[in-house]
Design a protein around this ligand. Structure first.
Ligand code: NAD
Length: 313
């Protein structure tokens, strides 16, 4: 398979690196020149439980330098950059190109469908974790999986082939017609933990330090699940609570990406997570006061960082 990864940060480099290692023809596209240069000069350094190695059997370049239309385009930018990134590579989406999004949040299919027909879009979720350790260097420890389906919910041979290809690379991908439930349950998890950590500066485990931390997370979960159910999605609040409780007990010292973005003064994915839930809640008449409060607080933090950036330039 020819595979192009759009957004080769933590997740894009992990997926691209493993796919290249398993023999696929992979091109990484990114706008981070230092990261691209390091990969071109020294190979992609990938640290996983399988070892610390450098992968040289892939191409890394800026989006405007890519010309070949791949069999599969995997979108792994942050959600707030999806539309501009896809606009930059619209010419790469050919008549046979499948476009896969495993990004967090809601609205990903809607954004991708502005650039590709719905019958060639694949949607899914992944539980693989990854962090950028430096230019050209990505770390991912622990295990995970991927669940995908066709966005139009029809059976396509191409979807099965993508799942096989990801699994051959060790990414443990299954075809799953209940992907929307998994997407919403992950949104509930992220809406609760990511925004609480972003606002408080707590790592995930520190949210367990006082009973109010778990109570707040539980309140957000209940709201997200109520909106999901109003949308006809069978999300399960107990399952989400268990996942959150497990993360608080075991993800010692982990700073979710939203907290990392806040600490670095970058905009966050709050719009696609709490923001999208709040918008759908308003439309369905479901009150989501905790989710909205956290949305407003993270927006204020983003605005403060933007003002500080503007005043320093
Ligand atoms: P990241 O910030 O590490 O990587 C995103 C990359 O996109 C960056 O390298 C950035 O330079 C690049 N980019 C931005 N604009 C671009 C453009 N116009 N063209 C090409 N590249 C562009 O983010 P990540 O942690 O890899 O997350 C990607 C997505 O996966 C997010 O939606 C995230 O929520 C989701 N996710 C992340 C994890 C994780 O553990 N990191 C796990 C599951 C899902």
């Amino acid at each position: 398979m020819t595979i192009t990864i759009l957004g080769a940060g933590a997740m894009g480099s992990l997926f691209g690196g493993l796919l290249a290692e398993s023999g696929e023809a992979v091109t990484l596209l990114d706008i981070n020149d230092a990261h691209l240069r390091a990969i071109r000069d020294h190979g992609l350094r990938l640290e996983t439980d399988a070892g610390d190695r450098r992968i040289r059997s892939l191409t890394a370049c800026r989006p405007e330098q890519a010309t070949a239309q791949p069999d599969l385009l995997v979108v792994f930018t942050k959600t707030l950059h999806t539309a501009s990134a896809l606009a930059g590579v619209a010419g790469l989406i050919g008549p046979r190109t499948l476009v896969l999004t495993l990004q967090n949040g809601l609205g990903n299919v809607e954004t991708v469908s502005r650039f590709a027909p719905i019958e060639r879009i694949l949607i899914g979720t992944t539980t693989w974790p990854a962090d950028v350790a430096g230019p050209g260097h990505v770390r991912s420890h622990g295990s995970g999986g991927v669940r995908i389906m066709a966005a139009d919910q029809c059976e396509h041979a191409g979807v099965a082939k993508v799942a096989e290809t990801l699994s051959r690379a060790g990414l443990r991908c299954t075809l799953d017609r209940t992907v929307w439930t998994a997407v919403w349950e992950k949104v509930a998890f992220n809406a609760a933990l990511n925004s609480l950590c972003a606002v408080t500066g707590c790592s995930v485990d520190q949210l367990g330090a006082v009973p109010e931390g778990m109570a707040l997370a539980g309140a957000v979960i209940d709201e997200v699940v109520a909106v999901a159910r109003a949308e006809g999605i069978a999300a399960d609040a107990d399952h989400c609570r268990q996942t959150v409780a497990h993360a608080i007990a075991h993800h010692i010292g982990h700073k979710p990406s939203m907290l990392q973005d806040v600490l670095a003064g970058r905009p966050t994915e709050i719009g696609a997570i709490n923001g999208a839930v709040a918008e759908k809640g308003r439309r369905r008449g479901v009150a989501v006061p905790h989710t909205e409060a956290l949305l407003g607080l993270v927006r204020l933090i983003e605005a403060r960082a933007k003002a500080a950036g503007n005043s320093s330039t």
